[in-house]
Write a protein that binds this ligand. Structure first.
Ligand SMILES: [Zn+2]
Length: 775
C-alpha cells in the first residue's frame, strides 16, 4: 500500500504522464482491496470499522482530485472509475458512505438521486436508517461537524447553477448493481425499484439486466419480504428468458419466501418458484429444495391441502435428486439419466441427501398432524417409508465410504456404487464394527448346543437391536468356563464366521439342521417351520416355550410373523453337501439367477411376500420390483437380507418391523391379529371351540399347504401340515376370546403402553435408523 502511495505522489498534475482515469481506478481498487483482504491478525470489529473509515476518507480525498481534473477536462470519467469509487464507499463504515453512492452516480452520470440526501431536510421525513451493525460514533445522528463529509460528490455547479461537464459516464450493468446495493444498505426499496425501472427502460439507459442485477434486485425484495414480487420478477418473460438463470437465483428467491413465511401466500409463492426452477434448470437444486421443504414444515398457516400440494410438487423434485445421486428405481428424470450428470462432489452429495431428509420431514409433518384424515394419510405413509429406506441406504453408503477411506486402499467404493459386490462392503463394515467394539463377546443360545468351545458366537440381530433380551443371557456353565478370557481379533473373526456358518445350517429353535420348509422372521433369521409351529403350540411356562421365547425375543407370535423362504435347491449337488459339512443342512441352496451358492459370507436376500431367495446383487440390479421367480411385485423395503451382518441392514430391518407394526401389519405383510400383545392362556389349545375360520385365515392356511405339496419330503410335510392346522385353530380360538372381550383388562393394560411407545418411535424414527446405521 505504501508503495502505491509513493507512486501516486509522483504522478504529475497535468500534461503527458498525468494520471488518467485508469490510474485512479487502479488506486481506488487497491484501497478497497486493502480494506477487504489484508486484515491484520486478531483485528476486532471495532478496529475493522475504523480501518475502513480511514480507507474511505483516503478514497474521498482521491475523488476530490479526480473531480478537479474532470472539471478541467484533464480527465474523462468512465463507468469503471465511478464504480471503483462507489464500491469503495459501499465497504465504508458509515451509512453516509453508502448514501453517497447515489450522489456519486448523480454527479458522474447525471442520474438524479431518487432518495433525498442523508442529512437533508427532505430526508427527515423518511424513516431513519437503523444500520444495526454500525458503530454508534458512525451513525448519522451522532456525526459531529468535523467528520461530516464535504461536497466531493455534489453535482458540479458554476455560480449555483448546475453546469454540464464535457461528458458524463454511461451506466451499464455494473452501475445498476452498485446502485441497487446502495439502496439495500440504506433500506430504500422503493427507490431501488425506481432506479431499476429507469435504468432498464429501453427509452432511456436501456440496460439489459444480467444475473448480478437480478440477484441484487432479489436480495432487495428479500430484505423487504416481498415474495410475491419475487415471483413476478422471475416470471417476467421480458428479461428472465434472456438470462441463464442459475441455482443461486432460485436460492435467493426461495429464501425470500422463508423470510416472508407469515404471509399466507408465501408457500404458494414458494411453490411457483419451485416450479420455475424445475422448468428452468436441468437438475433440481438441493439447496433451494431444502429451503422449500423448511418453509413447508415451518409454515405457520399450513392447511392439510397446502402440505399435500407441496408434497405433490416435491415428488418430481425428489426424483431429480435421486437421479443426481444415482439411487432409487427412477433412472431418468426428464430425459436426464445419472450418466448425463457428472458425479457429485462430497459437498453436493451431502446437500442432495439433506434435501431428501427435508422432504422426508414434510411427509412426517403431514402424517403426524391431524390436518388430513387417516385414510388420506395412507399413500403418504407408503411414500415416506420408501423415502426412509432410501435415506437409510444413502447413509449406509456414506458410512461405507468413510470406512473405506479411513481403512486404506479400496477408495473405489463410490465408483462401484450400488451395484458393487456386497462382499467388499461387508468386509469394510465388519472392520468398522470391530473398531467400535460391536463384537464384544456375547454368548448366545447357539453356542451351547453345537459349539460349546466357541467363546464369542453371537447373533448380530439381537445384540444390536434387542439389547439385553433373554436371548443373549449366557448359561451358567458357559460363564464359568469362559470367564476372564479376553478374545483376540482373530478369535472374534473366527467366532463370527462360525456363528454365521451355524446359523446358515441350523434352526436356532431346535438346533436341528435346516430343512425345507424353512421360514424367516423380520430380522432374516432362518428357522425350520415345524420348530416354529412347535414353539407356537408349546404350553406357556414350559421349558420349550421359555427357551424359544429367548431365541425369538417376541418377534414371532404367530405364523403371520414369519415368511416361508423358498430357496432354489441345487439338485445335482444333493449329497455332496452332506459329506462336506457333516451334520449341517442337506440341501445346497443356490441363487436361481446366478447359480452361486447361498450361505455364510455371500449376501443373500429374500423378498416379501413371495419368499423367493436370491443373491443380494441380483435383487439390486432388477429395476422393476417384480420377483424374477414368480412375477409377484414387492416394495423396495421388503427385500430382506438373510442372516444380515451389516449394522445398516439390521437397522433397516428393525425399522421396517417397527413401521409395519405401526401400520398394523406383520412381517409377512398380513394384518396383525388384534391387540399387539396377546395373553395366551394355558388351556388355549383345547379344541372345544370349533370356530369358523375367517377368509384371511383360510387363505393363509391354504397357502402353506399348497407349497408343502410341491416339496418332496412327504413325511415331514404331513406333520407340518398337521401342526399348521392346529396353530391356526388355536389362533382362531384366541381371536374369538378377544372378540368376546374376555381379556379386556389385559388389553387395556398393554395397549396404553404400546401406544406411547409407538408415538415415541415414530418421532425419532429417522434418527434412530441413522444412529445405528451411521455408527
Ligand atoms: Zn417370488
Amino acid at each position: 500500500m505504501d508503495a502505491l502511495w509513493g507512486f501516486a505522489a509522483k504522478i504529475p498534475e497535468s500534461g503527458p504522464g498525468a494520471a488518467d482515469a485508469r490510474t485512479f481506478t487502479i488506486i481506488l481498487n487497491a484501497v478497497r482491496q486493502n480494506l477487504l483482504v489484508d486484515a491484520p491478525l486478531g483485528e476486532g470489529e471495532n478496529e475493522l470499522a475504523h480501518r475502513r473509515e480511514r480507507g474511505v476518507v483516503e478514497g474521498r480525498r482521491i475523488w476530490e482530485d479526480v473531480v478537479g481534473r474532470w472539471r478541467n477536462a484533464d480527465l474523462i470519467v468512465e463507468e469503471e472509475l465511478v464504480c471503483a469509487m462507489g464500491r469503495l464507499l459501499l465497504v465504508g463504515s458509515r451509512p453516509r458512505d453508502w448514501d453517497d453512492v447515489l450522489s456519486l452516480v448523480e454527479q458522474t452520470m447525471d442520474i438524479p438521486r431518487l432518495v433525498p440526501r442523508l442529512g437533508s431536510i427532505e430526508r427527515e421525513a423518511l424513516p431513519r436508517i437503523r444500520a444495526p451493525n454500525t458503530l454508534p460514533e458512525f451513525k448519522p445522528e451522532n456525526e459531529d461537524e468535523d467528520s461530516k463529509r464535504g461536497g466531493e460528490f455534489l453535482a458540479l455547479t458554476v455560480d449555483g447553477k448546475k453546469s454540464r461537464p464535457l461528458t458524463y459516464a454511461t451506466p451499464s450493468n455494473e452501475t445498476l448493481s452498485m446502485v441497487l446495493e446502495a439502496c439495500q444498505k440504506i433500506v430504500a426499496p422503493k427507490a431501488a425499484e425506481e432506479y431499476w425501472e429507469m435504468l432498464t427502460d429501453p427509452g432511456t439507459y436501456a440496460i439489459v439486466p444480467d444475473n448480478n442485477n437480478l440477484h441484487q434486485r432479489l436480495r432487495l425484495l428479500r430484505q423487504n419480504r416481498a415474495s410475491t414480487a419475487v415471483v413476478r420478477m422471475l416470471q417476467d418473460k421480458s428479461f428472465a428468458n434472456k438470462l441463464h438463470l442459475k441455482p443461486g437465483t432460485f436460492r435467493i428467491a426461495m429464501s425470500t419466501c422463508v423470510r416472508d413465511k407469515n404471509n399466507h401466500n408465501s408457500l404458494k409463492n414458494a411453490t411457483q418458484i419451485l416450479q420455475l426452477m424445475m422448468d428452468t434448470l436441468p437438475d433440481a437444486d438441493p439447496k433451494t429444495i431444502q429451503k422449500y421443504a423448511e418453509l413447508a414444515v415451518d409454515f405457520p398457516l399450513a392447511k392439510g391441502e397446502d402440505l399435500v400440494e407441496a408434497l405433490t410438487y416435491l415428488q418430481p423434485v425428489a426424483n431429480s435428486i435421486k437421479v443426481q445421486l444415482n439411487v432409487g428405481t427412477e433412472k431418468t428424470y426428464r430425459g436426464r439419466s445419472s450418466a448425463d450428470i457428472k458425479p457429485l462432489s462430497e459437498e453436493a452429495r451431502q446437500d442432495a441427501v439433506a434435501a431428501l431428509r427435508k422432504i422426508y420431514a414434510v411427509f412426517d409433518k403431514l402424517i403426524l398432524s391431524n390436518l388430513i384424515s387417516e385414510e388420506q394419510k395412507a399413500p403418504f405413509k407408503a411414500e415416506r417409508a420408501r423415502m426412509s429406506a432410501l435415506i437409510n441406504r444413502l447413509a449406509f453408503r456414506a458410512s461405507v465410504k468413510r470406512v473405506s477411506l479411513k481403512s486404506g486402499p479400496s477408495a473405489s467404493e463410490e465408483a462401484q456404487g450400488e451395484t458393487d459386490d456386497s462382499a467388499k462392503v461387508e468386509v469394510a463394515t465388519e472392520e468398522r464394527r470391530e473398531k467400535l467394539g460391536f463384537s464384544r463377546p456375547s454368548n448366545n443360545w447357539r453356542t451351547h448346543h453345537n459349539h460349546p468351545a466357541s467363546p464369542l458366537t453371537r447373533s448380530p440381530p439381537k445384540s444390536l437391536t434387542m439389547g439385553n433380551d433373554g436371548g443373549s443371557i449366557p448359561k451358567r456353565r458357559e460363564l464359568v468356563k469362559e470367564a476372564a478370557r479376553a478374545p483376540t481379533a482373530a478369535q472374534i473373526k473366527e467366532a463370527r464366521a462360525e456363528s454365521q456358518d451355524h446359523a446358515w445350517n441350523h434352526c436356532p429353535l431346535s438346533s436341528k439342521p435346516l430343512a425345507a420348509p424353512v421360514v424367516s422372521d423380520s430380522l432374516g433369521t432362518l428357522y425350520n417351520k415345524d420348530s416354529v409351529l412347535e414353539f407356537l403350540l408349546a404350553e406357556e411356562g414350559s421349558a420349550e416355550k421359555v427357551e424359544g421365547e429367548k431365541v425369538l425375543a417376541g418377534r414371532v407370535k404367530g405364523l403371520k410373523d414369519v415368511v416361508e423362504v423358498k430357496f432354489e435347491v441345487d439338485v445335482e449337488a444333493e449329497g455332496e453337501k452332506d459329506k462336506a459339512s457333516g451334520a449341517g443342512r442337506r440341501e445346497k441352496w443356490v441363487c436361481p439367477v446366478t447359480r452361486v451358492e447361498m450361505g455364510p459370507g455371500a449376501k443373500a436376500v429374500y423378498v416379501v411376500p413371495c419368499g423367493h431367495a436370491f443373491a443380494g446383487s441380483v435383487v439390486r440390479e432388477v429395476e422393476e420390483k417384480i420377483c424374477v421367480q414368480c412375477n409377484e411385485a414387492y416394495a423396495e423395503n421388503d427385500v430382506i437380507p438373510i442372516l444380515p451382518t451389516v449394522p445398516a441392514d439390521i437397522a433397516r430391518l428393525t425399522l421396517r418391523a417397527r413401521t409395519l407394526k405401526e401400520k398394523g401389519l406383520t412381517h409377512a405383510l398380513k394384518k396383525a391379529p388384534g391387540s399387539k400383545k396377546r395373553k395366551k392362556t394355558a388351556d388355549a389349545s383345547s379344541a372345544d371351540a370349533k370356530a369358523s375360520t375367517s377368509e384371511e385365515d383360510k387363505k393363509s392356511a391354504a397357502k402353506p399347504e399348497k407349497k408343502e405339496r410341491q416339496a418332496d419330503n412327504g413325511i415331514k410335510n404331513a406333520s407340518t401340515a398337521y401342526l399348521t392346522k392346529r396353530v391356526l385353530e388355536e389362533q382362531e380360538e384366541r381371536n374369538k376370546r378377544r372378540k368376546l372381550g374376555q381379556n379386556d383388562n389385559v388389553k387395556s393394560l398393554f395397549s396404553k403402553g404400546n401406544q406411547k411407545a409407538d408415538l415415541a418411535n415414530s418421532k425419532d424414527y429417522m434418527t434412530r435408523g441413522f444412529s445405528i446405521g451411521g455408527k
